[in-house]
Design a binder for this molecule. Structure first.
Ligand SMILES: [Zn+2]
Length: 262
């Protein structure tokens, strides 16, 4: 109850201060720039899963939120990002999209990028029978497309060919499928362990420690995590004060300039 109240109070505060801040923000340079990511040929990104990642600049971060949309928490996450003029990427789960299609559309309407993160978030997608594993990918894409069918074209365009494996568990079969459909496997560089049973302050500490160690990267967060949501505003403000700025992962145009995969 206490956390829910804090989240509600935070959302109200953020909503009240959101509008004046963006254009006149002294750190307006922090307004998120798009960062094109190649998807063709099943590109793979993220140091947690691969020996390389996107060549982000020093003090450059990209925020990503997994497992939503969350009716309880995603609106607060959106309000916090709006307050800071930050655009992020959300990796949505098909069954959650079915529960809250309007919220999926709202995420895109706020300017965020939508990727997918499987249909049911299985414990071990690589261990499923092959057809079932492939369906986890395809069904999540179809479910999101169905939810976005009624959205304006500019919002539909924010569906990127980005797939993030649940628990970052992958297999050659599934990677081959992503390659065939030109979806990128979007792993991460930095985590804050917000899926474990740790407190908000501990999530904040781990995020800051790991970011300061690498000075750049794609950060994984989960919008269902109420402890994470309780510290997100402060985490972003702290990072901004330390000179970090945010970029948004967007799908590179086909055959366009991209961050070439090594
Ligand atoms: Zn997940």
């Amino acid at each position: 109850m206490a956390l829910a109240w804090i989240a509600a109070a935070l959302a109200a505060t953020v909503a009240a201060t959101a509008e004046p801040r963006c254009p006149t923000d002294p750190v307006a340079s922090a307004v998120t720039q798009p960062y094109p990511v190649a998807t063709e040929g099943g590109a793979r990104w993220g140091r947690i899963s691969y020996p390389y990642s996107l060549p982000l600049a020093d003090h450059e971060l990209a925020l990503t939120f997994d497992d939503g949309p969350s009716l309880e928490n995603t609106p607060t996450v959106l309000a916090i990002l709006r307050k800071h003029c930050i655009k992020a990427a959300f990796f949505l789960v098909g069954v959650e999209v079915k529960q809250a299609p309007a919220l999926a559309r709202e995420i895109a309407a706020e300017g965020h990028i939508l990727g997918v993160h499987s249909q049911t978030h299985p414990e071990d997608i690589a261990g499923l029978p092959p057809a079932q594993g492939l369906a986890e990918i395809d069904d999540s894409i179809d479910t999101l497309a169905a939810a976005m069918a009624s959205a304006p074209p500019q919002d539909r365009a924010r569906q990127a060919r980005f797939f993030r494996f649940p628990k970052l568990i992958e297999s050659p079969l599934l990677l081959d499928h992503l390659k065939a459909i030109n979806y990128a496997s979007m792993s991460v560089d930095l985590t804050a362990d917000d899926w474990t049973e740790i407190t908000g302050p501990e999530i904040r500490t781990r995020a800051l420690d790991r970011i300061e160690e690498r000075k750049r990267g794609v950060l994984l967060l989960h919008d269902w995590s109420t402890p994470m949501v309780s510290i997100l505003d402060d985490l972003i403000a702290t990072l901004e004060a330390r000179g970090y700025h945010f970029v948004q992962l967007v799908e590179a145009p086909r055959n366009g300039a991209t961050s070439a995969q090594p």
